[in-house]
Design a protein around this ligand. Structure first.
Ligand code: C5P
Length: 220
């Protein structure tokens, strides 16, 4: 069958990463975490003294770092100027600033181009997860999935990942980030008209994975 392209979008804490990696591994597809790319460019900005609240400064610097993503779903990697960034991009400092950086149109243009190049080169097909994959990056994807979950479920999952982080504080931070990502002018977080919406609030990860695999098989 032709290389299948799958777009998985949705807000934070809906299980996008766990689902996308597992589905890609199961079907022998590549995997791309686009949030990691926005986190990587944010990390570079912070390391290089760029004021991330200054959109013009961010735009000016947006072409400077070299960002590379490894697309093996069992061991995805992200490097910035050749340096492994997989740890530092998950810090609170980066998480709290990534929305400001990802809202800058020059940043999005640059990262979107990278994403399209990676998807075009994935000979066996790819699962790409993010916020605007179905609407903007890969509007011709074979399957678009939009994952949702209640704010409570999302915060509980994230707090679990962060090992005991305060659920209420996590919930506030998540809601704030999603509001910023949904309200920005350039390619906001949104469900594509032709995306299949899956509410994961009451589902186990295993059930969500099975659901997406079934949807993909229906397209092949
Ligand atoms: O998915 P993750 O939580 O790692 O994404 C981090 C941030 O990257 C999001 O909050 C959003 O600001 C940005 N992002 C984006 N477009 C994407 C993926 C992520 O703007 N396709």
């Amino acid at each position: 069958p032709a290389a299948v392209i799958v777009a998985i979008d949705g807000p934070s804490g809906t299980g996008k990463s766990s689902t996308s990696k597992a589905v890609a591994a199961k079907l022998g597809l590549s995997y791309l975490d686009t949030g990691a790319q926005y986190r990587a460019i944010t990390w570079w900005m912070l390391n290089n003294g760029i004021d991330v609240a200054d959109a013009a400064a961010v735009a000016n610097a947006s072409g400077k770092p070299s960002i590379e993503s490894g697309t093996d779903p069992s061991a995805p990697t992200i490097t910035v100027d050749g340096q492994d960034a997989s740890g530092p991009i998950r810090t609170q400092e980066v998480t709290s600033r990534v929305s400001a950086v990802s809202a800058v149109p020059e940043v999005r243009a640059r990262i979107t181009e990278l994403q399209r190049t990676i998807a075009a080169g994935a000979e066996n097909g790819i699962v790409v997860e993010g916020r605007d994959i179905g609407t903007t990056v890969l509007p011709g994807a074979d399957l678009k999935v939009f994952l949702t979950a209640s704010a409570g479920a999302r915060a509980a999952r994230r707090s679990g990942e962060l090992k005991g982080a305060d659920v209420a504080a996590t919930r506030e931070a998540l809601i704030k980030r999603d509001a910023a990502d949904s309200s920005r002018k350039t390619s906001p977080l949104a469900k594509a008209d032709d995306a299949v919406e899956v509410d994961t609030t009451e589902l186990t990860l295993h059930q969500v994975i099975e659901c997406v695999v079934t949807l993909i098989e229906g397209k092949q």
